[in-house]
Structures are given as structure tokens and as C-alpha cells.
Design a protein. Structure first.
Length: 235
């Protein structure tokens, strides 16, 4: 995580639990940096006008002014349960880290009584899968957002390993499997790469014009495509 992303994530972390504090040590462990780095980051945020202050004492830490937070979403138990289940299904997807962060925010804005009821119901819900694939590298999701070319190490179903430069175009999810749809420069064509077979993914500096991706280009034989996102009728 670069410093800009970490500064934004620090504000979101403090926003999620405001007005409760987080210690510099806790934040340092969370973002895998030193406490001194966290203190420098928080100082920079304060200088930029973000209303963060320090609470002294053994249980103290850094707090964000509650007025700087969003209004509570007031999830019902059913709504919180649905969101938690949906986010939980992304555990092996390229969006695992974002889903985990979003889940913490849902927990933070849910009142204690509803949260206990939601947790009890969630413990009674189990999702079946044929297998438990490895998690896809988080760089896959970032590349789709930023548009950078990815250099991936890929192992196909026959065990053959290749190194390829690809232009990310989209994702297809089926059960617990996620596929990166990309223009493969090695094969000079559209290819689908299963996430758990991508052993390494490194973004390059190049950011080409994003290629269009049409449903008919995917050539999906089994299953039907479903839209991801808000219903257009209710948007």
C-alpha cells in the first residue's frame, strides 16, 4: 500500500469506529508499518485539516471527530445479514481485501443488539462449494480499476507455467472461482485466467486505452450472465 492509499485508509478506519480511539500501535499492525510512520501520517492528516485528535491514557489513541463521519446507515438485521453474506462470498475473489474492509464498516454502523442477532443468524448459514481455491492476488482488482498492464505468472490446468503481460478487461465469477478476462499479449487474444492459478501479479507502468468487453465476446457455454451493481430501474 502506498502512502496516499494508506492516508485514505487511516481516515476510513477512524471513521468506522468514531468517536472511539485507535492506538498508533494497533494502526501500525493493521497497516504493517511502524508506529512512527503512523504518527507521521496522522500528523500530515491533521495539518491538512482532517479533525483527528489524540486521547491520552492507557486506553487512549487517535480519534476522528464524529461530525466528520457519515450518518449511521441503520441497517435492519435482515439487511446487515444479507450484506455480510454477500461480502463473505468474495473471500476468494480479487476483491477480498475490499470486502473485508467493507464488512468492518458494516459492523461499525450496526447497533450492538442488531449485531448480536445478525451474528447468531450468520453462524447458522453455511455455503457449500466443491473446493476451496486459493485467494486471487489483490493486484488483479487494482489493475482493473487503474487500467495498468499486469505481468502475471500463470499455471494452466496441465501444470505449465508461463509469464505473460495482460491488459485486464473484466472478471467472471462462477461459484468460488473467479476468472480475470484480459487481452493476453503472449497469445495476442482474449483469454480467461482463473484467479487461483495466477501465482503472482505485478502492475507495470503502462496504461493503454481500455479495450471494450462485450458479453458476446466471453463465449460462456454454461450459466447465464448476471449484472453486478444497482438495478437500473431503481437507480
Amino acid at each position: 500500500m502506498n502512502r496516499t492509499d494508506r492516508l485514505y485508509a487511516l481516515v476510513e478506519e477512524l471513521r468506522a469506529i468514531a468517536p472511539r480511539p485507535r492506538s498508533a500501535r494497533w494502526l501500525a499492525e493493521r497497516f504493517e508499518v511502524s508506529s512512527r510512520t503512523i504518527e507521521r501520517d496522522l500528523s500530515a492528516l491533521q495539518l491538512s485539516g482532517v479533525p483527528i485528535w489524540a486521547e491520552p491514557g492507557r486506553t487512549g489513541g487517535y480519534c476522528l471527530d464524529p461530525a466528520h463521519t457519515l450518518a449511521p446507515l441503520n441497517f435492519t438485521v435482515d439487511e446487515a445479514l444479507a450484506v455480510m453474506i454477500a461480502l463473505g462470498t468474495l473471500g476468494t475473489s480479487p476483491f477480498h481485501d475490499a470486502a473485508t474492509s467493507a464488512l468492518r464498516k458494516v459492523v461499525a454502523v450496526t447497533d450492538e443488539s442488531s449485531l448480536r442477532e445478525t451474528a447468531d443468524l450468520a453462524a447458522r448459514i453455511h455455503l457449500l462449494g466443491a473446493h476451496k481455491p486459493n485467494e486471487a492476488p489483490p493486484e488483479l482488482a487494482n489493475a482493473l480499476r487503474t487500467g495498468h498492464v499486469l505481468r502475471i505468472a500463470y499455471v494452466d490446468r496441465h501444470g505449465s507455467a508461463t509469464l505473460r503481460d495482460v491488459e485486464p478487461m473484466g472478471f467472471v465469477g462462477k461459484g468460488s472461482d473467479w476468472y480475470l478476462i484480459a487481452w493476453c499479449r503472449l497469445r495476442n487474444g482474449l483469454r480467461a485466467f482463473r484467479g487461483d492459478r495466477i501465482t503472482e501479479a505485478n502492475p507495470l507502468s503502462e496504461r493503454p486505452t481500455r479495450r471494450p468487453l462485450r458479453a458476446e465476446d466471453l463465449g460462456i457455454v454454461y450459466g447465464e450472465l448476471s449484472k453486478v451493481g444497482p438495478d437500473e430501474k431503481s437507480a
